[in-house]
Write a protein that binds this ligand. Structure first.
Ligand code: B12
Length: 230
């Protein structure tokens, strides 16, 4: 498999620095990695570029795990590095952008899955764009998504699914949300490492997003459309 960064602009001004960061995450060099993040931030590299680098590093950790080079302890370590890096890189709420409250998103990671770094990143990005987020946490059963959607009447329901093992529950959750709520039922947006266009169609989600930033843009678009009655 190729080791090229999945995001960003190849040949961009920060390429070398981001490559260094990716390698530090992939090699699980916690202290050096966080020091690099701080230094690059101070040097003016945009947080989004650094986050993409960290995510690419995590992807490489996953590949090494698949190839038998890393074991579960490495995934735990990588999770910790990502959590700390995310803290450093978290977008702060921007009062300018958050003036018209865009809406409420009910969010959680599907049953059987305890991966939450991607979900948390999506929640942070939503909040920094003025959305209200109700986070149900991880390992959330389909029935809980339904019960909370019925109670809270959110504008959208966001479900994170990183493990392929979660797909069956994801499909059930989408079906329950589509069939058991009074009209207009909230659209469902899904995301996570195992989600793509094909999976999204298979589980009949209304929307899917490749990454958290695309997810936020989709939520905004969907809510604006609904509000303007389109
Ligand atoms: C860190 C990690 C862990 C940590 C998680 C820590 C945590 N708090 O989340 C721990 C150690 C707990 C873990 C456990 C396991 N893991 Co793991 N893990 C990873 C790893 C290395 C990184 C995941 C990650 O956080 N990435 C960074 C985040 C930011 O990326 P992300 O989740 O994709 O999120 C982005 C987008 O997808 C999107 N997004 C995410 N959610 C949502 C939701 C919505 C609505 C939207 C719009 C967008 C969105 O936004 C994010 C930012 O753009 C991946 C490798 C990989 N390639 O992903 C393996 C990986 C996901 N794990 C894997 C496996 C197999 C496991 C275990 C089964 C291992 C085991 N034998 O026990 C267990 C399962 C535990 C469970 N029941 O969930 C496999 C999954 C294979 C599969 N397809 O099912 C992977 C792919 C590794 C591999 N290549 O084999 N893991």
């Amino acid at each position: 498999m190729s080791e090229a960064p999945s995001g960003g602009t190849p040949g961009g001004p920060h390429d070398a620095a981001v490559e260094r960061l990716i390698a530090l995450v992939a090699d699980l060099k916690e202290e050096q990695c966080l020091a690099e993040v701080r230094a690059l931030l101070a040097g003016g590299v945009p947080p989004t570029v650094l986050l993409e680098g960290c995510i690419e590093g995590m992807r490489r950790v996953g590949m090494r795990f698949e190839q038998g080079e890393y074991f579960i302890a490495a995934l735990i370590m990588a999770g910790e590095i990502m959590r700390e890096a995310t803290e450093l890189l978290s977008p702060r709420p921007d009062p300018e952008r958050s003036r018209p409250v865009p809406g409420t998103i009910l969010l959680g990671t599907i049953q059987g899955d305890i991966h939450d770094l991607g979900k948390n990143l999506f929640a942070l990005l939503l909040q920094s764009n003025g959305f209200e987020v109700v986070d149900l946490g991880v390992d959330v059963p389909p029935q809980t998504f339904l019960a909370e959607a019925r109670r809270l009447r959110p504008h959208l329901v966001g479900i994170s699914c990183v493990l392929t093992l979660g797909l069956e529950h994801l499909q059930t959750a989408v079906e329950l949300l589509h069939t058991q709520l009074p009209e207009p039922c909230p659209p469902v947006i899904i995301g996570g490492a195992c989600i793509d266009e094909q999976i999204s169609r298979f589980v009949q989600a209304d929307h899917w997003a490749r990454d958290a930033a695309e997810g936020v843009r989709t939520c905004r678009r969907v809510i604006e459309k609904r509000k303007s009655g389109l």
